[in-house]
Design a protein. Structure first.
Lengths: 264, 236
C-alpha cells in the first residue's frame, strides 16, 4: 500500500483517483480497499490541506474532523471510497463524519472499527531523538507505509532519554510541534497508533511520573477531558488549541519547556 | 548591556551601571532606534538582540526573587494579565490573557483621565461590577454615572470586580505575588487583599528575569543591581 503525498488540487486535476481514510483503520480493511481498487494510493483526510470550508461542520468543532469532512467534500468523485475509523480508536465524531460524508458526497464510506488487541509494538519513533513534527508525521504515514527495517534500526539507534513529553493527537496547526525539543517523547493517542493499539485507553493515559509533559487537546475534541485530567494528575501543562496557534499559547509552551527541562 | 521590558503602554529600561530603572511611555520608543541586548514585552521583539517571551522573563525573575517552593505570581499591566504558578519550583500553571486585554490597566488609565480621578479617593464597597471586558465595564460605569452615581464609586466597583477576576484567574491562592503596574494602584491592591495575602513585587520582575537569564550565559555581568531589586523586594 502506498500513501499519496500530493496536494488536493494535484489530485483533483490528476488522472488517478485515491482512497481516502481517516484515523487508524484496521490494516486488513485498508488492504481490502487497496485490492478492490487495484492498488490505488491512500490519502490521509485528517491532514490540513487548506481545503475550502464546506460549512458542513459547525465552526465550533474539532479542526481534525473538519479536515476529514472538508477534504472529502473537495475531493468528491476523485475518491474511490473513504475508509473511516469510527470506533473507540477515533471518536464519536468519526462515526458522525462517516455518515455526513456519505450523504453529502455520495462516495462509499467503509465504516471500520479498530479494536487492536494485539501485543503492543515497540514505540520507536515516539522515543527517538529528532524533530517531533517529523516523527509524528511519519508515525501517521506508517498507518499505510510501515517503517522500513532501516528506519526501525535508525529509530532504535536514536532512542534517547526524554527531557519532555508531548501527549495527544497530531495537532492542528502541526507547527505546534516545532516548539518542542528533539528529546521529547510522545504519549497519548499518537503513541497508541505507533504501538498498533489506537483504542487502548490504558496505553493512551499511561505517562511516566516526573517528566514534564504538555497535554495537548484539539479545541472541541472529547479528549480534552483526558488531557486536562492527566495534566492535573501529573503536574504537566494542559494546552487547548482550536484554529490558530496564538502568541499566548506559543509563549506558554515555550516557557513550560524552558522552565521545566529535565537534565539528561 | 541594555535591558528592556517594552509593554504596550509603558517601557521599563535599564542599562548595566545605571542607578535606576527608567520608565517611559512606549510610544516614545516607536520613533527612536533604541535597541536592547535583552528584551521582553509586546513591542520589544524587533528591537532586541535576544528576545525572551513575557512568561519566561516573568518566571525567571520570580524564581530568582522568591524563595518559596510553591507560589503564584500575577503580572498585571496595561494590556493583559500573566500568570505563573510553581509547585516545588516547577511551573504548573502558565497563562496569559492576551485576547481580552481591556480589563486591565489601559482601561483604568483611560477611565481615570476621562473622569479626572484621584485614585486615593476611590471608594471600594462590598459591591462589584461583574465584567471581564473593559469595553463593557466602560459602558456600565458610564450608565452608573449617568444615573447619578459618583465616578469614584462606579470605578471602585469596577476595580473590585477586576480584583475578583484576578483572584479567580490565579486559582484563588492563599498568597499572591503581584507584579506590574497594578502594584502602584492602591485601591486595587487594597481590595485584592480582602481575598488573599498580597506580596508586591513592583514593575521590574521581568527586567530582573532578563538579568538572571543573561547572567546564566555570562556570569561576568555579576550580581543583580540594586536598581532591579529595590522595587522587587518591596513589601506592604
Amino acid at each position: 500500500m502506498l500513501l499519496n503525498r500530493k496536494t488536493l488540487s494535484e489530485i483533483i486535476v490528476g488522472n488517478h483517483k485515491v482512497i481516502g481514510f481517516w484515523g487508524a483503520p484496521p490494516r486488513q480493511d485498508l488492504e481490502k480497499a487497496s485490492k478492490r481498487f487495484d492498488g490505488a494510493t491512500f490519502f490521509d483526510l485528517d491532514v490540513f490541506y487548506d481545503a475550502k470550508k464546506s460549512g458542513a461542520v459547525p465552526d465550533a468543532f474539532c479542526h481534525i474532523i473538519r479536515n476529514c469532512v472538508d477534504n472529502a467534500i473537495v475531493l468528491g468523485d476523485r475518491l474511490h471510497c473513504v475508509v473511516a475509523a469510527t470506533g473507540p480508536e477515533k471518536c464519536d465524531a468519526g462515526r458522525f463524519a462517516a455518515r455526513l460524508v456519505e450523504e453529502v458526497t455520495g462516495v462509499e464510506v467503509v465504516v471500520t472499527v479498530n479494536e487492536s488487541r494485539n501485543d503492543p509494538d515497540a514505540p520507536l519513533l515516539c522515543e527517538s531523538r529528532g524533530s517531533l513534527k517529523k516523527r509524528i508525521i511519519r508515525t501517521m504515514e506508517a498507518i499505510i507505509e510501515p517503517l522500513t527495517s532501516d528506519e526501525q534500526h535508525q529509530a532504535t539507534a536514536d532512542r534517547c532519554e526524554p527531557t519532555h513529553g508531548f501527549w495527544g493527537t497530531p495537532p492542528h496547526p502541526i507547527e505546534v510541534l516545532d516548539l518542542f525539543l528533539q528529546t521529547t517523547h510522545v504519549f497519548g493517542w499518537t503513541r497508541c497508533v505507533e504501538q498498533g493499539r489506537p483504542a487502548d485507553l490504558d496505553l493512551e493515559t499511561a505517562v511516566p511520573d516526573g517528566l514534564p509533559i504538555v497535554f495537548f487537546s484539539q479545541g472541541f475534541c472529547a479528549k480534552s477531558m483526558l488531557a486536562k485530567h492527566l495534566a492535573h494528575k501529573h503536574r504537566g501543562m494542559y494546552v487547548d488549541v482550536h484554529d490558530t496557534l496564538s502568541a499566548a499559547t506559543m509563549a506558554k509552551i515555550e516557557a513550560f519547556i524552558r522552565l521545566s527541562r529535565v537534565k539528561t | 548591556m541594555k535591558f528592556g521590558d517594552a509593554g504596550s503602554s509603558w517601557s521599563k529600561l535599564f542599562s548595566a551601571g545605571d542607578d535606576s530603572v527608567k520608565i517611559v511611555p512606549t510610544r516614545e520608543l516607536s520613533a527612536g532606534d533604541l535597541r536592547f541586548d535583552w528584551g521582553t514585552g509586546h513591542t520589544a521583539r524587533n528591537r532586541s538582540k535576544r528576545f525572551e517571551n513575557d512568561l519566561i522573563a516573568l518566571s525567571s525573575g520570580a524564581l530568582a526573587l522568591v524563595d518559596d517552593d510553591n507560589f503564584t505570581v500575577l503580572d498585571l499591566g496595561s494590556r493583559d494579565a500573566k500568570l505563573v504558578a510553581f509547585a516545588g519550583r516547577r511551573p504548573v500553571k502558565l497563562d496569559w490573557s492576551v485576547g481580552c486585554a481591556s480589563a486591565t490597566g489601559a482601561t483604568l488609565e483611560m477611565l481615570g483621565k476621562f473622569y479626572d480621578i484621584d485614585w486615593d479617593a476611590i471608594e471600594i464597597e462590598d459591591k462589584w461590577t461583574p465584567v471581564t471586558c473593559g469595553t463593557y465595564a466602560i459602558e456600565r460605569i458610564m450608565d452608573q454615572v449617568s444615573a447619578g452615581e459618583s465616578a469614584t464609586k462606579a470605578i471602585g466597583r469596577f476595580v473590585h470586580g477586576l480584583a475578583r477576576n484576578c483572584f479567580d484567574f490565579t486559582g484563588k491562592p492563599d498568597k499572591l505575588y503581584l507584579s506590574g503596574g497594578f502594584t502602584l494602584n492602591r485601591p486595587f491592591v487594597e481590595v485584592l487583599r480582602r481575598y488573599t495575602e498580597v506580596a508586591l513585587m513592583g514593575r521590574t520582575v521581568p527586567l530582573a528575569g532578563l538579568w538572571f537569564l543573561a547572567r546564566d550565559e555570562n556570569p561576568e555581568i555579576g550580581e543583580i543591581p540594586k536598581a532591579l531589586l529595590e522595587k522587587t523586594t518591596e513589601r506592604h
